[in-house]
Design a protein around this ligand. Structure first.
Ligand code: SIN
Length: 541
């Protein structure tokens, strides 16, 4: 990296341009704050635009008869396996209708029902039709489009610096002071500093730890790594959610694989094996509409027992498939499958990280001035298993809350914009990305055991070399290596099965862990470790 040639100042620096980052940036502009958004790739290259199913919300007008926010809360808590924080769930979901209304005012267009209201879908774990969607199964793309368009309008005029990767969160007064900004590297390899008393991490998850995922290549856990290095804590990292129905494109399928939205099952699709037997029959009271962890675990067991590579989603009962699910339809046609007539080959793949940077409901970490929102964060909404389509809602709601929290903080005179920042050159352990992905897929997918987790950790440690972090590849490789060790440590410590954390050597839930999240911080050696004696009682964080 060359000498530092540039410097900018803002009240709030937002890292990431997905739903949470843009919602925060737009709200902050409304509140009169100077905002800058930084993203390491193109503005729409994150995971938001790949979201299919939609936004789970109980609309004020036009919800299914009998549905209520209280039912949505109950479904979320049930899916979360005891580890969600009820107060967090209630407050975030209660803000949902206003957040969706606000998005519609910004120009987002959702699919209408025949009666003039919004069309509602149902997904796994939901007891009602309450998922609003756009373009059939292209909700994330519409959300991203609408937010980006709003950010670019002269009225908001949010600067979005693309191809700018954030290398380090800078703290004033050494390691103990409040946040003072970010060290950034632009696409030409030039370092720069964004001076800002508030930094929001909205970088998405870390599903690229796995060889096969629904996520784009940008989901490398950068935000969790930045937060841990800045002294914040992370929690629930072991809960990596595998989506049950990801298009199976052959044995060598690697990298981002196309999602087949759960809404297909909400519209009557059923999972069958090669012989046509129902996969979910007798496995869960909700059968094909069971929460995602249950469906993925059942499929995984079935594949292990039969040696098959995939199961099938029979969508022949879904009317108007091509119109209702155009994205899925196009992906199926690319592999020569016509879902109107033939079952769709599917298998689970890494999809969503339920844990992340430990924050409160306004996105505050334990480091003054550092915030996190969206998939990068753990605020207690998802617990051990996220309910389908709660994440776009979370990004919208918590993004806005962060803006309000920052505005309130900046109104307080003790938080002055810093004048003196220094940035030491960074170096971090990095292992080969392919090796990390293979090790994690083998040892830390659905069905983990203590021996496998330990040997994956040893293999990654042996392959790790301390290198200077000078560009985007370095940031990502360092983040993936750190996150792999953090997930392995948490998964090894949680000697039970709960939600999307399935241990073959501890197949049952253990009441001792019923209300306990595992916290991860960096040790004096810079390595991630579960803090012994640092478990929290959920609700008391
Ligand atoms: C889906 O459409 O099945 C995915 C929705 C989600 O992950 O929330």
């Amino acid at each position: 990296m060359n000498a530092r040639p540039w410097e900018i100042t803002a009240d709030l620096a937002v890292v990431g341009s997905g739903v949470a980052g843009l919602a925060a940036a737009l709200a902050a502009r409304e509140l009169g704050l100077r905002v800058v958004v930084l993203t390491k790739d193109a503005a729409d290259a994150g995971s938001t635009r790949w979201a299919q199913g939609g936004i789970a919300v109980v609309l004020t007008d036009g919800h299914e008869p009998g549905d209520s926010v209280a039912r949505h809360v109950a479904d979320t808590l049930t899916a979360a396996g005891g580890l969600a924080e009820p107060a967090t769930v209630e407050t975030i979901l209660a803000d949902g209708p206003a957040a969706v209304d606000g998005l519609r005012r910004l120009g987002a267009v959702f699919d209408a029902s025949g009666s003039g209201g919004l069309s509602l879908a149902r997904e796994g774990g939901h007891s009602a039709f309450r998922v609003v969607h756009a373009g059939g199964d292209a909700t994330g793309a519409e959300v991203e489009r609408a937010l980006l368009a709003a950010a670019r309008r002269p009225r908001a005029s949010v600067p979005i610096l693309t191809d700018h990767v954030s290398m380090d969160v800078l703290r004033l007064g050494g390691d103990s002071g409040p946040v003072g900004g970010l060290l950034v590297c632009d696409g030409r390899g030039r370092a720069g500093v964004v001076r800002a008393p508030a930094v929001l991490l909205a970088t998405g998850g870390y599903a690229q730890l796995y060889a096969s995922t629904t996520n784009p290549e940008t989901s490398t856990g950068d935000g969790v790594a930045l937060a841990l290095r800045a002294g914040a804590l992370a929690a629930d990292l072991e809960f990596v959610q595998f989506h049950p129905t990801v298009l199976y494109t052959g044995r060598a399928a690697r990298g981002r694989r196309p999602l087949v939205t759960e809404a297909v099952r909400g519209h009557g699709g059923v999972l069958v094996d090669a012989a046509g037997y129902r996969v979910m029959a007798g496995e869960h009271p909700l059968e094909d509409l069971a929460p995602r962890d249950a469906v993925s675990a059942t499929i995984t067991r079935r594949l292990a027992a039969t040696g098959a590579q995939c199961v099938y989603l029979d969508a022949s009962a879904v009317g108007d498939f091509a119109d209702r699910f155009p994205t899925v339809f196009a992906a199926c046609r690319l592999i020569g499958v016509d879902p109107r007539r033939e079952p769709i080959p599917v298998s689970p793949a890494a999809h969503y990280c339920c844990g992340g940077v430990l924050v409160d409901v306004d996105g505050r970490t334990g480091v003054p001035g550092l915030y996190a929102a969206g998939e990068v964060a753990r605020n207690g909404l998802h617990g051990a298993n996220r309910l389908a389509s709660n994440s776009l809602l979370e990004g919208l709601v918590v993004g806005r809350r962060v803006a309000h929290a920052v505005a309130a903080e900046l109104a307080c005179p003790r938080r002055l914009v810093p004048v003196c920042l220094s940035a030491a050159p960074l170096s971090a352990p990095m292992a080969d990305r392919g090796l990390v992905q293979r090790a994690m897929s083998l040892a830390a997918g659905i069905g983990r055991d203590g021996a496998g987790l330990a040997s994956a950790s040893d293999a990654i440690e042996a392959a790790s070399v301390d290198r200077p972090v000078v560009d985007r590849t370095g940031v990502e490789d360092a983040a993936l290596t750190l996150l792999a060790q953090a997930v392995l440590a948490a998964a090894g410590t949680r000697t039970e099965s709960r939600g999307c954390h399935v241990r073959t050597d501890f197949p049952r839930t253990d009441d001792r862990y019923q209300r306990t999240s595992l916290l991860i911080g960096l040790g004096a050696d810079g390595a991630p470790a579960v803090r012994s004696g640092h478990e929290i009682r959920v609700g008391a964080a």
